[in-house]
Design a binder for this molecule. Structure first.
Ligand code: MRU
Length: 340
């Protein structure tokens, strides 16, 4: 069954609280959790109940609005919120924007800043969908995506998934390949849930099957989002993205990154400067709580990897298509979203 209504991923409540669709429970349960303090929201961010770069920006801004109504030391709460996860630049940006509004006009200003950011991200999503469609090759498309980049991760229809949905509405989507995205399965759990709701033709694949999919000639383009784009065009995104970029280049398939300009960080000159979040070993050794490795096994668990700009065929933002991706071409991209 197709559900076309919007997903309520984050809501402001009165008395002051932030309600979140608990993404850790999907697809089994659609449960909302209520954060009544900034620290409860920080806990939800850390355990990925709310996630995805642009949505983290919106959550951070609502967190400041919450702190403005519930705490004495709002700047200290804002700092804790901004530091909750290190890689997605949107989180600190959303926090800074709401904090600046609070400094000017108090709690009402912070809340309005959060609402404005949510509106702007939804508008950016619609523009990215249109530009992204123009960046895709012609003909019916078999698209490969990684992690979750839909309404669960950003404003509106999301980033890369908004382009997939636009291709579907235009009658151009032949199939969506969804990497399961270990270790936390954002592809299998969340993107497949969104694909199901939208009635897309899709299959979930183990991340390790992507190579054979390319080798069989079954991928026409790769579409992914980003958590931070450095000034030189290096793209930090969910771990497993970089191998897809290498595969795409080897097989002559376009590798397209879709992200709003709020994800572009002119303050990080190159990919080497992007802080990559390291997550607990247990996420790898105990997926879904079941042991798949000996008790006490260590694990390498970076949450993100960095794709160099030369492997990115095109960068799609709400401002249009940037191609090729380089320091010079990104500098020409107007940064309309950065806060005062
Ligand atoms: O660890 P997560 O689930 O927050 O990681 C999310 C991603 O890597 C997304 O691909 C990225 O934020 C872009 S989505 C709009």
């Amino acid at each position: 069954m197709e559900h076309t209504g919007p997903v309520d991923v984050i809501r402001w409540l009165d008395p002051p609280a932030v309600a979140l669709l608990d993404q850790t429970r999907l697809p089994a349960e659609e449960t909302e959790i209520t954060c009544r303090t900034a620290d409860e929201l920080i806990g939800a961010i850390r355990r990925l109940a709310v996630r995805g770069a642009p949505l983290l920006g919106i959550a951070g801004a609502y967190g400041v609005a919450l702190a403005a109504r519930t705490e004495d030391d709002v700047p200290a709460a804002a700092k804790r919120l901004a530091d909750a996860r290190p890689t997605a630049v949107n989180l600190a940006l959303g926090v800074r924007r709401a904090l600046a509004a609070w400094e000017r006009t108090g709690p009402a200003g912070a809340l309005e800043a959060a609402r404005a950011l949510a509106r702007e991200e939804a508008e950016a999503s619609a523009r990215m969908a249109a530009h992204g469609l123009a960046a895709l090759p012609g003909g019916p498309l078999r698209l490969l995506t990684h992690c979750n980049t839909g309404a669960l991760a950003a404003g509106g229809d999301g980033t890369a998934l908004a382009v997939v949905l636009a291709a579907h509405r235009a009658g151009r989507l032949r199939h969506l390949w969804i990497d399961e995205t270990r270790p936390l399965f954002q592809g299998a759990r969340l993107t497949a849930w969104e694909a199901e709701r939208a009635g897309l033709p899709y299959s979930v694949l183990p991340d390790s099957a992507a190579g054979s999919l390319f080798a069989a000639g079954l991928v026409d383009a790769v579409l992914v989002g980003a958590d931070r784009v450095a000034a030189d065009g290096s793209v930090a995104n969910k771990v497993g993205t970089y191998p897809l970029a290498v595969l795409a280049r080897h097989h002559g398939v376009p590798f397209i990154v879709v992200a709003p300009t709020t994800t572009v960080d002119p303050g990080t000159p190159t990919g080497a400067g992007i802080v990559i979040e390291r997550r607990p070993a247990r996420e790898v050794t105990h997926p879904g709580g079941t042991a798949v490795a000996p008790e006490g096994a260590d694990a390498y668990n970076p949450a993100f990897d960095v794709t160099p700009p030369e492997l990115v065929t095109a960068f799609v933002s709400e401002r249009g298509i940037t191609q090729p991706v380089s320091t010079g071409s990104l500098r020409r991209l107007p940064q309309t979203h950065h806060p005062d």
